[in-house]
Write a protein that binds this ligand. Sequence first.
Ligand SMILES: NC(=O)c1ccc[n+]([C@@H]2O[C@H](COP(=O)([O-])OP(=O)(O)OC[C@H]3O[C@@H](n4cnc5c(N)ncnc54)[C@H](O)[C@@H]3O)[C@@H](O)[C@H]2O)c1
Length: 305
Amino acid sequence: MKLSDIKRVLILGSGTMGRQIGFLCALKGYNVVLYDISMEALKDSLKGMEDLGSWFVSIGRMPQGDLSKVMGRVQISTDSVEAAKEADLISESVPDIPEIKAQVFAKFNELCPERTVFTTNTSMLVPSMFAEQTGRPEKLVALHFHDVRTTNIVDVMPHPKSEPETVELVRDFAESLGQVVIMLNRENSGYVFNSMLSTLLMSALTLAANGVATIEDVDRSWMGVMRTPIGPFGIMDQIGLSTVWTIIDYAAKNTGDPQAKANAAFVKRYIDSGALGLKTKCGFFSYPKPAYSDPDFLSGKRAAE
Ligand SMILES: NC(=O)c1ccc[n+]([C@@H]2O[C@H](COP(=O)([O-])OP(=O)(O)OC[C@H]3O[C@@H](n4cnc5c(N)ncnc54)[C@H](O)[C@@H]3O)[C@@H](O)[C@H]2O)c1
């Protein structure tokens, strides 16, 4: 298969990332189907894509008149048989748990045409953890996006059984979306950027979970020294606290590391109170005006929150 054969992209999971990737694909002219087990999530994703589109218009990344055309290329479905029909490429964004990814891919292996290429957007897993269960390991490659609002850096990462033609096709596909590809030569949990970022986020959580410093002071410290507009806790709010927790909890259970367990429990308290980060307008900080966006945040004066 060549790039020009890719017409229809199937997105599995319509949460934080699925909707962003779906929008980007539709923006670049692909027909997109978003599949999810939750109709509520799918309906919410349509609203999220409209909002993302309006924001793209506001910053001049697309003309106003194009938004309805772009959204016209997007369909939603909870019907896996319908969703799989004529899919040329899958971009999977379901929770970061190997058993869930394996199950979802195995189902779509049965339903999709033989040509369909499978890509995973996993953050911290590696494709070989579920490649065999997909039923088509040679056609599985990781294509990992970051927040499409802020960057066009993506990772392309094969696993030992990915066939070279599929890796090249996935690279071409990413480039057709206007992305800059960081090509990994071998599997690495967290690819390149996340591998560095996860160390920062875990350190930030350890400081707060152990009562060394407040969330605000941890972010103030990072932002003040590095001169960045956001710190580690602000970043976790953007990622979404359920995704952060899923990743840490999985690592904690696998390693038995008591600090990882304490960090997972720290995040879980926020989730249990309904604070899931930016998507619920409340996480470690409150939105739309988080304390760290206040010009006084770095001045040493007490923050508003
Ligand atoms: N959030 C981020 O910033 C970010 C960035 C890059 C990669 N990722 C990765 O993307 C993936 C998804 O993360 P997210 O933050 O978008 O998660 P999310 O929790 O926001 O969304 C996950 C979606 O998957 C759906 N889902 C669950 N089980 C399913 C199934 N069996 N079939 C179909 N849909 C199912 C859920 O209903 C939900 O809508 C994870 O692997 C994560 O590591 C996340």
